[in-house]
Design a protein around this ligand. Sequence first.
Ligand SMILES: [Fe+2]
Ligand SMILES: [Fe+2]
Length: 336
Amino acid sequence: MYTQAMDIPGGPKAVAAATPEEAARNSAFDARIAADLKIEPRDVMPEAYRKTLVRQISQHAHSEVVGMLPEGNWITRAPSLKRKAILLAKVQDEGGHGLYLYAAAETLGTSRDQMVDALLAGRAKYSSIFNYPTLTWADMGAIGWLVDGAAIMNQIPLCRCSYGPYARAMIRICKEESFHQRQGFDIMLSLCKGTAAQKEMAQDALNRWWWPVVQMFGPPDKDSVHSGQSAAWGIKRISNDDLRQKFIDATVPQAELLGITIPDPGLKWNEERGHYDYGAIDWDEFWRVVNGDGPCNRERLATRIEAHAEGAWVREAATAYAEKAAARELAGKRAA
Ligand SMILES: [Fe+2]
Ligand SMILES: [Fe+2]
């Protein structure tokens, strides 16, 4: 999902307490987790919990910000004023999600500059889904319907995450994601009710986005290296495979309503399980994209690097203004 690199080898692992004091602190933390109480920035927490959260929340923030690029590509080409205004609002929401999440991660002691540097240097991950191109207007429909739809599946349980600032950011974000999903479905519905060429465009977008979206939930549970620890800490509440299944089960009837076909010949209702069975997922493709070799990885990173460089004067001006305002306030206090 937006934090799918959490499931990838190389992340922080829980370590045993080094001293009796640390063990006592950890047991206070464990008691809060066991009681399902929120952990707040000033509460004691094991270093591995802090690192895991910084990694997860910053990856999530990067995904929101990089996720503006594929859709930003279509703002100038939206087919009507109404669609343009909706898409503009949606892309701005994603930028806002990035900002809430950077702010939530900063409460754990890592600065936004450090997180952004890690992204631009290629050390931090973001969701694999944003490394695919947006070739037609129907891709705006498919992204809202499927990508934001998948994001909601993943993010609703995060509203109950044990870390307070992250959980609270997710509550607000989820409200906006549901509007994103509906605007995407509405685009698909208009295209599917339109001309044969429009319906064909919707089908083509579904064909290209389906498998990358199914991969968004991250590797199968048996290969997901950090999930166990994250579940014990109350960060991850539902497993990758369970979320994927929930998403597929919810999406199949929506595709039927649209009258377009999910490109998976293995998709079939399983009466016994009470779920849809689905075909084999190409995990080689997933790993290739996560590790930097997707269709748009280089382009996305280059765009972010350029945007960051072009924004340097804004950051400098804001810093200079803040320094002047602080100096004025200090001078005012001295005079009083
Ligand atoms: Fe978002
Ligand atoms: Fe969204």
